[in-house]
Design a protein around this ligand. Sequence first.
Ligand SMILES: Cc1ncc(COP(=O)(O)O)c(C=O)c1O
Length: 373
Amino acid sequence: MRVKDVLRRRIQIAKPVLGKKELEAVRKVFESGRLVQGEKVKLFEEKFAEYIGVQHAVAVANGTVALDVALKTIGLGFGDEVVTSAFSFIASSNCVLYQGAKPVFADIDRRTFNVDPLDVTEKITAKTKAIIPVHLFGQPADMDGLNEIAKDEGIAVVEDAAQSHGAEYKGRKTGSLGDVGCFSFYATKNMTTCEGGMITTNDSELAKSARLLRDHGQTEKYRHIVLGYNYRMTETSAAVGLVQLRKLDGLNRRRNENSSLLTEGIEKIAGLTPPHTNHDVRHVFYQYVIKVEEDYPIERNKLAEHLMEEGIDVAVHYPTPIYKQPLYKELGYEKTTCPTAEETCKRVLSLPVHPSVTEEDIRYILDVLGKVQ
Ligand SMILES: Cc1ncc(COP(=O)(O)O)c(C=O)c1O
């Protein structure tokens, strides 16, 4: 270890904020003896639905299966198409493959990194059954534009809200803006249950179907009416989730304070572009993603290496559009192109923004970024 690493702690890219309250909640579950899908899960669902502003929330094992179940509940099947963003985590489109359906990739807006409704329109065909907008890095997608397309086409909108707990679009929370919303409570997210997920909706039939699918298609013990799965949430996860939900607004406030300080400094550094926030949203900065432009003294990957050497953990979300992943090449997506997503993948760099990043950390990050020659 280098001397400066001993003198200065590393600044991590993500750090869950878990404390005594979560520990106490887990201890109580252990003592109760009921470990899976009991009272805590029920209460977490109620509180989460209330927070998001929807009638139903269905807790599941993680965000990937939330998407899987959501697509099953809208009846997606073999031969159908779903338009989604080329620039996201792979689960946003793999969930379509799970149904035997085909993901069709739309390009993104160069400033927000969210899917561009104009390109979505271009990608709609007679086979399109749904759109999956991703509220990427904590900023809501252009939901008015996307909902209008969906309404015109008579297709569903499944929000991938895995990165946007508490984010708002025109005063309404993500997860309440489409037909169904899907959340992840993975360890790095704005709130965590270690692993976990939630499906949100105002449609009671859809919620009923999601509840069946997550638990072996059972209407009562050992009476199975559809092909279901074991996608249940544990009581310990729900107990942690209840505490985290109470903390969420405060944690998001800290992310916003950190992002404001970062942006103030980054605006003054030539060659770096801070994230753009639309005027009609509340961004929750799951990630703080800058662009390293051509006129910055060194290129993105060199800058990432340099920051890591200086004790600042950074990440590239995401290094390649989904359709360029080996799996998708194998599936025949060689000819797909989304030029803005491709260019964005070369430039983006995520800096630490989580609630435990201090003002002093930010001054240090800006100092290192400003001194690069
Ligand atoms: C955009 C997006 N969608 C879906 C998921 C899947 O969530 P999980 O990791 O809980 O399965 C993630 C998680 O990392 C994500 O970032």
